[in-house]
Unconditional design. Structure first.
Length: 214
């Protein structure tokens, strides 16, 4: 399981038995559940699809289950590096459950791992989002700005013709049309790209990876 022995600890190995299928859930369905949880944590909680799914759900265009079922199907069939890495993650999970996990893999870090992949491949990740979801171009653009892009300079200002970014605060029922200026900033400026990737995990409770909107 998660965690390594410290150097001064006795080398005592522990074993935990994990049920990986039952008569009502096949092993493939069990793996799907892990992958589905990973998708929600990395794409929704990580911010990559959160703005679109929240706005469209609030407006009654879709619901969370339909939105993420569609995204899950797209991930499983995507031919780009995003889909390839997604399927590699599933294989790593299989190795882990067989006691043959790659070096550094643990059940604890598995669920947050893919956000690092997305930021390492920002442009391919963004192209995947754009092709996998069905929404108007301006909302898609606002979704991109919602993500902390290491190569962008912050603070920055953007203008939208709808109040997408503050709509999430009040869910007023109707989107407002006009000229809306937003300032975007980040809560931590990383010292390097590697620090940026590490912060996605270690600073996740500070909402690291998403921009601060004013």
């Amino acid at each position: 399981m998660s965690g390594d022995l410290a150097e001064d600890e006795e080398d005592i190995l522990e074993k935990t038995e994990i049920v990986v299928e039952t008569n009502t859930m096949s092993h493939d369905e069990f793996l799907d559940c892990w992958q589905y949880a990973s998708m929600i944590i990395n794409f929704h909680c990580g911010g990559w699809s959160q703005l679109i799914s929240r706005v469209q759900t609030a407006l009654g265009i879709t619901d969370y289950l339909s939105f993420y079922n569609r995204l899950f199907e797209q991930l499983n069939t995507d031919p780009t590096i995003i889909g390839t890495r997604w399927r590699e993650q599933r294989q790593e999970l299989i190795w882990f459950l067989n006691g043959e996990a790659p070096n550094g893999f643990s059940a604890h870090t598995f669920l947050w791992k893919f956000n690092r992949v997305l930021h390492e491949n920002f442009e391919p990740a963004w192209k995947f989002i754009a092709s996998a979801v069905d929404c108007e171009p301006e909302l898609l653009s606002a979704q991109r700005e919602f993500i902390h892009n290491y190569n962008d300079q912050y603070p920055k200002q953007i203008e939208l013709n709808h109040n997408y970014l503050d709509y999430l605060e009040n869910y007023s029922g109707e989107l407002q049309t006009g000229t809306y200026t937003y300032q975007l900033d980040v809560n931590i400026v990383p010292e390097s790209f590697e620090f940026h990737l590490d912060n996605l995990y270690f600073k996740r409770r500070m909402a690291y990876g998403k921009t601060i909107i004013k």
